[in-house]
Design a protein around this ligand. Structure first.
Ligand SMILES: CC(=O)N[C@@H](Cc1ccc2ccccc2c1)C(=O)O
Ligand SMILES: [Mg+2]
Length: 368
């Protein structure tokens, strides 16, 4: 495939409600999109980095800079450009996995569109729709939390995930169990807010029959998670720690996790995400699709990934309306607790031009 140009586009999308986690509160998303233009087709990629380096070391301005100065120029030197050539060509640049993922996805989208093939088929999807869970932020009060959970269950979400942090953990979980019963699929996500010294406190979550406790400790504390697993009976799931297939293999071998949350942006793209899926499947480790408040572009690709056979737990592939009043693509709408896997070529969706124009804050054309 011959690239003729790359567009970096920044958009600002207000969230329908503030989203609070252990690392901060988000009121709107400043998103970097990449559009690659090739001779026969164009492709889109969404960078999942936040405005500030609070989830990981990446942030949007840094992603735009590293793409402009290093990643996109490195591709122009390639004799043959297709999606499988991107990661090897960018490997010499350390880190910046979210920036690399967005670029690889845009090229993969263009390549698949040119060939008339779907991302789902490329990745090995086996389902036509996927079961969806929802991530519920930290709230100001227990009643407010219960109202939010009530609303999501009424919308049909098949699994509830509660953000937790020290001081907001056992009580919210107990309240949800008391109000909605033991059959609701329930899990928690600490976003690294605890230390291994909190093991006995976290074990107080064991009586509530949670599916998992997500990323309780620092992303680099693999041995801490393995130690925690000896005290806490609830399965440990890792998110921030799993940045590659190798990291997944190491964490599993060290007994640091029994479940993995796969996010293509965090791991450098959908091709590495599939490799992580395969490593986990080979080790009998269930996986589920995590979310980074993506627009319909990233959401479409995540739903395709979530249709692979090893994705046996509902993911954070929520409907567009969970985060945005109006998405930049046709909205993803929950149907009986599921989202349908896109059937069009590539990621199967594209931004609606008028909607994209409304939210665009900047556009930069990189000639090659
Ligand atoms: C759905 C969910 O809980 N996602 C992340 C946390 C998260 C929270 C807030 C975010 C704001 C902007 C961009 C990414 C973000 C990711 C997680 O699983 O850990
Ligand atoms: Mg998480």
């Amino acid at each position: 495939m011959k690239l003729t140009g790359v567009e970096l586009r920044r958009i600002r999308m207000p969230l329908v409600a503030p989203f609070r986690t252990s690392f901060g509160t988000e009121n709107d998303r400043d998103v970097l999109l990449i559009r690659v233009v090739a001779e026969q087709a164009e492709g889109w990629g969404e960078c999942v980095a936040m405005s500030d380096p609070l989830y990981s070391s990446e942030y949007v301005d840094a992603a735009a800079d590293v793409l402009t100065r290093f990643l996109v120029p490195a591709l122009t030197a390639l004799p043959r450009l297709d999606a499988t050539a991107v990661a090897p060509a960018l490997a010499k640049f350390k880190g910046h996995r979210m920036a690399k993922a967005a670029l690889e996805t845009a090229i993969l989208d263009a390549e698949l569109r040119e060939q008339g093939r779907t991302l789902a088929r490329e990745l090995g999807a086996v389902h036509e729709r996927v079961p969806c869970g929802v991530s519920v932020g930290i709230m100001d009060s227990i009643p407010e939390l219960l109202d939010a959970v009530d609303g999501y269950l009424a919308e049909g979400y098949l699994r509830i995930k509660l953000k937790i942090q020290p001081g907001w953990d056992v009580e919210p979980v107990r309240a949800v169990r008391e109000r909605f019963g033991d059959d609701v699929l329930l899990q928690v996500d600490a976003n690294t807010a605890y230390t291994v010294g909190d093991a006995r406190h976290l074990a107080r979550l064991d009586p509530f029959g949670l599916l998992l406790i997500e990323q309780p400790l620092d992303e680099e504390d693999i041995l801490g998670h393995a130690h925690l697993a000896k005290t806490v009976r609830t399965p440990i799931c890792l998110d921030e720690s799993i940045v590659s297939a190798r990291a997944a293999a190491d964490a599993i071998k060290l007994g640091a996790c029994e479940i993995v949350n796969i996010k293509p942006g965090r791991v450098g793209g959908y091709l590495e995400a599939k490799r992580i899926h395969d490593v986990c499947a080979a080790n009998g480790v269930p996986v589920w699709a995590g979310g980074m408040l993506e627009t319909g572009l990233g959401r479409a690709a995540n739903v395709a990934l979530a249709a692979l056979p090893g994705f046996t737990l509902p993911g954070d592939t929520s409907a567009s309306g969970r985060y945005y009043r109006t998405d930049i693509t046709e909205p993803f709408v929950l149907d009986d607790g599921h989202l349908s896997v896109p059937t069009g070529p590539g990621i199967g969706v594209a931004p609606l031009p008028d909607r994209l124009a409304e939210v665009t804050t900047a556009s930069q054309w990189l000639t090659l």
